[in-house]
Design a protein around this ligand. Structure first.
Ligand SMILES: [Zn+2]
Length: 249
């Protein structure tokens, strides 16, 4: 459904139309304005603090004509929605608050060179972290999570302890092969978790940066694997179920 909307750069009418659909798919869904005319799509399952944030971005590349972001944005967004549905059914009584955040403006706007990505991109996550980071205890970000042969080692900015919990959760649902120990911390990626990392929130980014169709018009659903996306969704659901049941530290 997301990819059928065509290219959805931040601020475009296609992006706004998509946001109107996404907001109906999250529990207690709402749109939150982001400076520059953008908007994050948020949802929540209320509970005790500190909150757990599960996020992805829903915009596509403004500077690449025809980019529809099947793996880069849409897959993570779809996973966040399905994780929300599963948690709504499965969270135990007295659970911690879980928030779902679909970030706008992860990609750099037109005219922003790659070297200035941290400065001009990540607009939705910067706004969210600025407003709420002090209420967040854990942040889980899903970016390239559905490509064939999916394999995600820990990204270097991702919290080792939270990553270890993810790997344990993945093992409980039979998805451990997707999160190998090999390659741990070898690659650092600037993504929507960085504003949370900078605010001191333990955060992890699930991203398979070997995806060969990244940032091309060929990033389309035929390059993806439903089983890979399913494995990530199950592992993240299991991780959040464990975190949400723990008493707050
Ligand atoms: Zn992305």
């Amino acid at each position: 459904m997301q990819v059928d909307e065509g290219p959805r750069p931040a601020g475009s009418s296609a992006s706004k139309e998509l946001a109107e659909h996404l907001v109906t798919a999250l529990p207690n869904g709402a749109l939150e304005p982001v400076p520059g005319g953008l908007q994050n799509v948020v949802g929540e399952l209320p509970g005790s603090g500190p909150a757990i944030v599960v996020g992805a971005h829903y915009d596509t590349e403004a500077q690449i004509p025809g980019h529809v972001g099947a793996n880069d944005g849409a897959a993570g967004t779809a996973a966040v929605i399905e994780v929300a549905r599963a948690l709504e059914r499965e969270l135990p009584a007295g659970h911690r608050e879980v928030r779902f955040v679909l970030f706008d403006g992860e990609e750099e706007p037109a005219g922003c060179p790659e070297a200035r990505f941290l400065e001009c991109a990540l607009r939705g996550s910067k706004a969210y972290a600025h407003a709420y980071a002090d209420e967040v205890g854990d942040m889980i970000l899903l970016d390239y999570v559905a490509n064939r042969g999916l394999s995600i080692p820990r990204e270097a900015n991702s919290d080792p302890r939270l990553w270890a919990s993810l790997r344990e959760a993945a093992a409980r649902v039979g998805a451990e092969d997707r999160f190998p120990a090999e390659g741990d911390g070898e690659l650092a990626i600037v993504d929507d978790h960085i504003p949370f990392v900078e605010a001191g929130v333990p955060s992890i980014d699930l991203i398979d940066f070997t995806y060969e169709f990244a940032d091309t018009p060929q990033d389309t659903p035929d390059k993806l694997d439903r089983e890979a996306l399913d494995a990530v969704g199950e592992a993240v659901t299991e991780l959040v179920l464990g975190l949400a049941a723990e008493p707050a530290e």
